[in-house]
Design a protein around this ligand. Structure first.
Ligand SMILES: NC(=O)c1ccc[n+]([C@@H]2O[C@H](COP(=O)([O-])OP(=O)(O)OC[C@H]3O[C@@H](n4cnc5c(N)ncnc54)[C@H](OP(=O)(O)O)[C@@H]3O)[C@@H](O)[C@H]2O)c1
Length: 275
């Protein structure tokens, strides 16, 4: 399916690192021109140069903070000013926060919901009606395996990804007969800076993971099959099904094992000894 998109334009959010960079490589290798957006402009400039040298495709860079509610509209206005029609939207930008209740920074949670859900929703509605009118186009919304269950100590993140999954599946059903695919991509643990940003930098070392290449390859497969959602990796797929068999109580209490923040035992002991 992705071959249909050669010489057309894709918008990839979160294209300064991780899975977004891999999407950019993969799409440019299939002949797509790209609009790249994220906050880190320099990283995107380097990427754009590399893609142009390797594939001869065009890149437009529009930096922006998707936690700022005005960014999606500004981004789309810039795209219109450059007379670009988006035929593939990859809503990939996102981040997580792992913390217990007392340590949670509420403003950061609200910013995360803005990036993971609200901006994703606005960008989706900014391009989808045109795709439906021309009966050609696709949207990949990056959700997560965390979308299938509540996750303790990462509650707002997992809930935001459930929103992405459900929102996307509903649109998939509405758009499928009009030659437009709207698909949720559900990666499991992937080797990117995601865990560092989430505040659990050592977490990645302790668990089996996939590379961004594997995740994007899975996304392309899912898109080819015009699926409403696609879980990357068979182990992750089984996990997503297993959750349905467990009781809701069991699913959420089991999740407590994963992201529980470490207690600062040594510091506590030292403080006790000093007093
Ligand atoms: N890695 C995993 O294990 C995993 C698993 C499941 C799902 N996911 C999802 O995969 C997607 C990509 O994450 P990743 O793993 O590639 O992590 P990453 O390497 O940390 O990349 C996240 C991307 O999102 C962008 N972003 C974050 N906050 C933003 C903001 N306020 N405004 C604009 N862009 C912002 C970042 O760009 P700037 O910092 O330059 O703005 C970066 O390009 C996310 O939606 C994540 O939830 C990841």
């Amino acid at each position: 399916m992705i071959e249909e998109f050669a010489d057309r334009w894709a918008l990839v959010t979160g294209s300064s690192s991780g899975i977004g960079v891999e999407f950019a490589h993969r799409l440019a290798s299939r002949g797509m021109h790209l609009v790249l957006t994220a906050r880190r402009e320099e990283a995107m400039r380097e990427l754009a140069g590399e893609l142009h040298t390797r594939h001869g495709t065009r890149c437009e860079i529009i930096p922006g903070d998707l936690a700022d509610p005005s960014t999606p509209a500004r981004l789309m206005e810039e795209i219109r000013n450059r007379e670009i029609e988006i035929e593939l939207l990859v809503n990939n930008a996102g981040f997580a926060i792992a913390a217990d209740i007392e340590a949670t920074d509420t403003q950061r949670v609200l910013d995360m919901l803005q990036v993971n859900m609200t901006s994703l929703t606005e960008l989706t509605y900014a391009v989808l009606p045109t795709m439906l009118a021309r009966e050609h186009g696709a949207i990949i919304n990056v959700a997560s395996v965390a979308a299938f269950q509540p996750v303790a100590f990462m509650g707002p993140y997992a809930a935001s990804k459930s929103y992405v999954l459900h929102f996307t599946e509903a649109l998939w059903a509405e758009a499928r007969d009009r030659n437009v695919t709207v698909m949720a991509l559900c990666p499991g643990i992937t080797r990117t800076s995601f865990f560092e940003v989430a505040g659990v930098p050592n977490w990645l070392k302790k668990h089996s993971s996939q590379s961004p290449e594997q995740v994007v390859r899975a996304a392309m497969k899912g898109l080819d099959k015009r699926r409403q959602y696609y879980v990357s990796g068979w182990k992750n797929y089984i996990l997503s099904l297993a959750v349905r068999l467990a009781s809701r109580k069991m699913a959420v209490t089991e999740s407590m094992k994963y992201f529980r923040p470490k207690k600062k035992k040594r510091d506590d002991k030292r403080t006790n000894a000093e007093t």
